[in-house]
Design a protein around this ligand. Structure first.
Ligand code: FES
Length: 120
């Protein structure tokens, strides 16, 4: 998460157990009108864009490899769940979102548009 970015936080669920993960450890949720993909890997919850930046396949149909990359099911491109880097080297970038686990639930942060936050 970039320190100088401003985020608005939206609640996803009360707890990780309340999220309907598939056997592949992935789930889709819609929050604040936006559908995102959630991944549970080594007890860490991560969030990324719903669709693959290559050709738009749903990331929820892929899997997470042992290194913590989400692998798209369609052409097997890999992306770091930490920073969205295309670790298989095709030059794409998968948007990721910060997650916070708080006493009152799990929250995802959506970056505010710079020009909007400038007005505040
Ligand atoms: S659509 Fe995901 S790798 Fe091609």
């Amino acid at each position: 998460m970039e320190a100088n970015k401003k985020y608005t936080w939206h609640k996803i669920a009360d707890s990780p157990e309340a999220i309907a993960f598939g056997e592949n450890g992935l789930a889709e949720v819609t929050v604040h009108g936006k559908t995102i993909c959630l991944a549970m890997h080594q007890q860490q919850l991560r969030a990324c864009a719903q669709k693959c930046p290559h050709a738009g396949a749903p990331m929820v149909n892929g899997y997470v490899d042992p290194l913590g990359n989400i692998v798209c099911h369609l052409h097997r491109y890999k992306f770091s769940l930490q920073n969205g880097r295309n670790t298989s080297g095709e030059g794409y970038y998968l948007k990721t979102f910060p997650i916070e686990i708080r006493a009152d639930g799990i929250f995802v942060g959506f970056a505010e548009n710079n020009w909007l936050s400038w007005l505040k």
